[in-house]
Design a protein around this ligand. Structure first.
Ligand SMILES: [Zn+2]
Length: 193
């Protein structure tokens, strides 16, 4: 019983490795992005060693592509018009509709945490996850996106997973989500080094 279970697990892993599809990524034009102000800066030395997780930090949640796209546009408007940044700060945004939304993408320097911007992919989950977890669809999309980044050689295979609070003075990505991240295999304690 034990050995057949191991074989099944092994086959399961091989299946994942052999067929790890990148998640569907909703392109900027699909979610109605504004163009960036100026030319985006490329990440200086890919593949990056960190994946940094954020939450939106406001009580705006979504479970459809239409409603998630509207929130992603609101993030971009806030980052450009209020923060004065060139574009939405995150490399990617994930909704509880299970979709990944392209922010600055795999190759560009983000604006999400100064300690990590030049050497990470920053991923934000839409919502406030202080008291509850994102749904399974969103968590799966984050894991799949990171794995996709490793396979595309955008993220190092020995990357460290971090929550935003491990770089700056912030409660981001929310206590409940942060607690979850600490149980993921590549999460590492401490601030950036
Ligand atoms: Zn954050």
């Amino acid at each position: 019983m034990v050995s057949s279970l191991c074989v099944l697990l092994l086959l399961g892993n091989l299946f994942v490795i052999g067929n790890a599809a990148c998640p569907t990524i909703i392109s900027r034009s699909q979610w109605g992005a504004r163009p960036p102000k100026g030319t985006p800066t490329k990440l200086p030395s890919p593949p990056v060693p960190y994946a940094v997780i954020h939450h939106g930090g406001s009580n705006a949640y979504c479970s459809t592509q239409t409603s998630c796209a509207a929130i992603v546009r609101s993030y971009q408007n806030h980052h450009i018009d209020t923060n004065g940044w060139n574009d939405i700060g995150y490399n990617f945004v994930v909704g509880e509709d299970g979709n990944v939304y392209e922010g600055r993408g795999w190759d560009n320097f983000g604006a999400h945490e100064p300690a990590y911007n030049s050497r990470s992919i920053g991923i934000c989950i839409i919502g406030d996850f202080t008291a509850r977890l994102p749904n399974q669809a969103a968590l799966n999309a984050v894991r799949q996106l990171i794995q996709c980044g490793v396979e595309k050689n955008k993220i190092r295979s020995n990357y460290s997973l971090k929550g935003h609070r491990q770089g700056g003075s912030t409660s981001c990505p929310g206590n409940r989500l942060y607690q979850e991240l600490t149980t993921w295999p590549r999460w590492t304690s401490g601030r950036e080094k």
